[in-house]
Design a protein around this ligand. Structure first.
Ligand code: PLP
Length: 440
């Protein structure tokens, strides 16, 4: 059966045929997405047995590659004892202590089932603890699809040209202030204007939802300082960066001292698990210890917890992040020098295991910069990459992910394919532009 057939079937039951928008390949104007049946190491295999080198990695969680035997085995052992109890298990604390080894500032934490739920709880905590209404977020950062945070987001939302979503009351977004990323001046001005009313600031310290854009040291330290000064909570959303850009995430990379941290993606090793944690006096405000409500039937689910434990155990191996960083750097430089040799304008941002290439001369520093890219060439580029056997993020606004399973040989081969596809896309785009202008 073809992808087209499966897509027709799935479109009967799911809006857009998918259960999360970016999967539909709509932004890259593909008629249907690929249906994946299997993952092995750095590869995914579709329903027609086509094999692709995977640069999506389930959008972040698969840092050890697909179907890692150690992780699968731990999960198998766990699930033989039952899938969910709705009661505490010993493994939950075991995972929490492992998380604390990487994130010492998470003195207490609460497990949830998705990143959206973790950031929702972080915002509720900030408002509940400070008794103040406003949350500041930055344009192009994505913190899940909560009503109060789905304002001026990157990735899926940006590519659909929506700054927000229908169905969200104006009253909800009224208390969300959005500011440009990497702009300490506008943040200072905002704190001056709303000084006693700001509950917290939430930020991706390395933004991964408008491509990969690192926060500047000045920007991040300004947030930290202003939050401290105005008794607002400093929330670092590490759902994407936690355990990836360093063992202790962007918090470790920049030496930040956040009040709250959210984790997701990698922490569940590919199963639904996320975390909100931080200073114990704040987290202790959550029910049943405190008055701020959070609950979840499947929170701390045993299968997810064991996937998390085994995923983290592998990350604690000496030199893991160093090695992944070297591989990422090697890959990005190979692509970059290939593009340069063909005179193709580009720039790149990368961190350990994540990167984005831009068709821009200077690496972008905020959403405004990113949105300058023309979209047309990217559709040709993406299409060509698929033909070459590369499963690439189907959007200009997404970061690509490299796992421990990607080998140097695979990355060298991929770099060559990328340069070829880029060159083809730029030329093809130029020709089709010419044709449409001249009515051919
Ligand atoms: C993916 C992501 C989320 C949302 O997590 P879900 O598990 O998809 O709900 C929140 N914040 C950031 C930074 C993310 O990358």
């Amino acid at each position: 059966m073809s992808h087209e057939f499966y897509f027709k079937e799935s479109s009967k039951v799911f809006p857009g045929g998918v259960n999360s928008p970016v999967r539909a390949f709509k932004q890259v104007e593909q008629p249907f997405p690929l249906f994946i049946k299997q993952g092995i190491g750095s590869f995914v295999i579709d329903v027609n047995d086509q094999k692709y080198l995977d640069f999506v990695g389930s959008w972040g969680p698969m840092i050890h590659g697909h179907a890692h035997p150690y992780i699968l085995n731990k999960v198998k052992i766990a699930i033989e004892n039952g899938l969910s109890f709705g009661a505490p298990t010993v493994a939950e604390s075991e995972l929490a202590f492992l998380i604390q080894k990487a994130f010492p500032s998470m003195e207490k934490m609460r497990f949830t089932s998705s990143g959206t739920e973790a950031t929702m709880t972080a915002v509720r905590l900030a408002r509940g603890v400070t008794q103040k209404p406003y949350i500041i977020k930055f344009i192009g950062c994505y913190h899940g699809h909560n009503d109060s945070l789905l304002v001026d987001c990157g990735s899926g939302v940006a590519t659909f040209g929506q700054t927000t979503s229908d169905g969200i009351l104006q009253a909800c977004s009224t208390y969300t202030l959005t500011l440009p990323y990497n702009d300490p001046q506008s943040l200072k001005a905002c704190f001056l204007e709303y000084q006693h009313q700001i509950a917290g600031v939430i930020v991706e310290a390395v933004a991964g939802n408008m491509g990969c854009i690192p926060g500047t040291v000045e920007f991040l330290s300004t947030i930290q300082h202003l939050c401290y000064q105005h008794k607002a909570l400093f929330i670092v959303d590490e759902v994407m960066t936690g355990f990836r850009v360093a063992l202790g995430g962007a918090t470790e990379l920049y030496g930040l001292q956040p009040d709250l941290i959210t984790l997701g993606k990698i922490v569940g090793g590919g199963l639904p698990l996320a975390v909100v944690g931080g200073k114990k006096e704040y987290i202790a405000q959550l029910a049943p210890e405190g008055p701020i409500y959070h609950a979840g039937t499947l929170s701390g689910n045993p299968a997810a917890v064991h996937a998390g434990i085994s995923t983290l155990e592998l990350l604690f191996e000496k030199g893991f992040h160093q090695h992944l960083h070297e591989k990422t750097s090697f890959f990005c430089q190979a692509v970059s020098s290939g593009l340069k040799s063909k005179g193709l304008i580009h720039s790149v941002h990368y961190c350990t295991g994540m990167a984005t290439f831009y068709a821009l001369e200077h690496p972008p520093m905020n959403f405004h910069d990113v949105s300058y890219q023309s979209k047309n060439w990217f559709n040709f580029f993406f299409d060509q990459l698929l033909k070459e056997g590369l499963y690439w993020p189907p959007s200009l606004f997404e970061s690509l992910f490299i796992s421990a399973a990607h080998t140097e040989d695979q990355l060298r081969w991929a770099a060559e394919s990328i340069v070829k596809a880029w060159d083809y896309a730029i030329q093809h785009n130029r020709n089709s532009d010419f044709q449409s202008k001249h009515g051919v």
